[in-house]
Design a protein around this ligand. Structure first.
Ligand code: PMP
Length: 443
């Protein structure tokens, strides 16, 4: 075990230290670089300077604009021009940028109340609450819903905020294999008292927690089968749509829309505004009594500053555009372009012989790099060619399945994507990432 200079156990584990010192901290390409403009279709990074040997950046150094495949700007609303930016500018002038108060004090604006009603309508549930941070939405809502004596059944690849919330709640946690409904059913069957099929006994409550679109895998939750399981086993279902809301389904309403399911079949619908809406914060949409309970019991609702009004404005305007209530067919056009871009990009990568994970319509596209040493090399080579990408490895993924995650946006043009594909092909050859396809008998 690592010790600090006083001989106490070091805060970070050996693996954490190894990776922070030797890997992630060394990546100075798109990673760890200060940006100096909107993270939109392109992003502007500071170039290295002589001072960089000390791992600092000359903040007045040369700037370089590169194609951005690294931000979760799925529908292109992060841009600082257009209807959202115009509306936000007016709101900043009117309200300033801070709430200076929690919800229950004087932090609830009329626009926030109105936007919560809009979110409920968009998601298709009775009520909704907006919380100022997506991470806190999960990590403080779960402890408000479950506690000691309850059972949380969690997908193996759930996001850190869900894992954290489940742990803090004090509930018992059981994990099922990623997106494997048979394994989920096994966990349910062996966790529920025999002969008491319609109660949660011996647990006070059973909560199954899944994501709509898993951002490390690009895999879409097998929601139809999980919803079907509800007919056989008693449990509540919690769905995190951070990456799917706005980005999936013909109307941008997430995985229920994608599969044609009724959102009311999911008890707790959670999502964030940091991706498709170009804003910040998270929401919970559910039955009114559940939302009222969260308002009173989630620490982020009671003890934290409420979401700021310009951010609420960004959510409000972008959501109304997606719903077609503002901006004519702009929302529909963005949803369509995102689906087309995502499909095109992952199909072309597969044709080139790369190992690409995920659903063909997922806007986050993981391409396998395998060896951790290829993480910084891929990032560096892409930046040389004018493209910013995000690379991920342990502990976010297993050590030998390090990967790059391309984030596709409706703001990308087909020319942008072709330019990126050419660069990826070159880098793929350089780093031996293309696996020649072996045809299976049934193909
Ligand atoms: N849930 C999931 C599935 C996420 O991927 C993330 C962050 N990317 C969050 C929650 C946290 O949201 P935020 O970044 O908006 O705080």
């Amino acid at each position: 075990q690592l010790k600090d200079h006083n001989g106490y156990a070091a805060i970070s584990s050996g693996f954490d230290t190894f990776y922070q010192r030797r890997l992630y901290a060394r990546i100075r390409d798109a990673f760890n670089r200060p940006i100096t403009a909107v993270p939109g279709r392109t992003v502007t990074l500071l170039e290295r300077t002589s001072k960089d040997q000390n791992r600092t950046f000359e903040l007045t150094g040369t700037k370089r604009e590169v194609l951005n495949l690294s931000s979760y700007n799925y529908l292109g609303f992060a841009q600082n021009t257009g209807p959202c930016a115009d509306a936000v500018e007016v709101t900043v002038k009117k309200f300033g940028i801070s709430s200076c108060s929690s919800r229950m004090e004087v932090g609830t604006t009329a626009m926030l109340v109105e936007t919560e009603a809009l979110v409920a309508r968009f998601i298709g549930h009775e009520a909704a609450i907006i919380i100022s941070m997506g991470f806190a939405t999960n990590s403080t809502t779960l402890p408000a819903l479950v506690g000691k004596g309850c059972l949380v059944i969690s997908d193996a690849l759930n996001h850190a905020s869900l894992v954290y919330g489940a742990r803090v709640s004090g509930a018992t946690i059981r994990v099922f294999k990623h997106n494997n409904v048979k394994d989920l059913e096994d966990v349910l069957r062996t966790s529920i008292s025999q002969g008491q099929p319609r109660t949660h006994r011996p647990w006070k409550k059973i909560l199954v927690v899944v994501e709509g679109l898993y951002s490390m895998e690009g895999s879409v939750c097998n929601l139809p089968e999980i919803v079907e399981l509800k007919k056989k086993y008693p449990f509540y279902l919690y769905l995190d749509e951070a990456h799917s809301i706005g980005a999936m389904g013909p109307n941008g309403r997430g995985v229920c829309d994608y599969f044609g399911l009724d959102p009311k079949d999911v008890d707790i619908m959670m999502g964030t505004f940091t991706k498709s809406f170009g804003a910040a914060g998270g929401y919970i949409a559910a039955r009114k009594e559940v939302v009222d309970h969260i308002r009173l019991h989630a620490h982020s609702s009671v003890y934290a500053e409420s979401i700021t009004t310009p951010v609420v404005q960004q959510i409000h305007t972008s959501m109304r555009i997606i719903m077609g209530e503002e901006g004519g067919d702009d929302g529909r056009r963005r949803i369509h372009i995102l689906a087309r871009n995502s499909r095109y990009f992952s199909t072309e990568l597969k044709k080139m012989g790369f190992i690409v994970y995920g659903d063909v319509e997922s806007p986050v596209i993981p391409l396998l790099l395998f060896h951790p040493a290829k993480i910084p090399a891929f990032s560096r080579e892409m930046l040389k060619r004018g493209i910013a990408v995000v690379v991920v490895g342990y502990p976010a993924t297993p050590i030998i399945t390090s990967r790059v995650r391309f984030c596709i946006s409706a703001a990308h043009t087909l020319e942008d994507l072709k330019f990126a594909l050419e660069a990826i092909s070159e880098v793929g050859d350089l780093l031996c990432l293309k696996v020649s396809r072996v045809k299976r008998n049934d193909e």
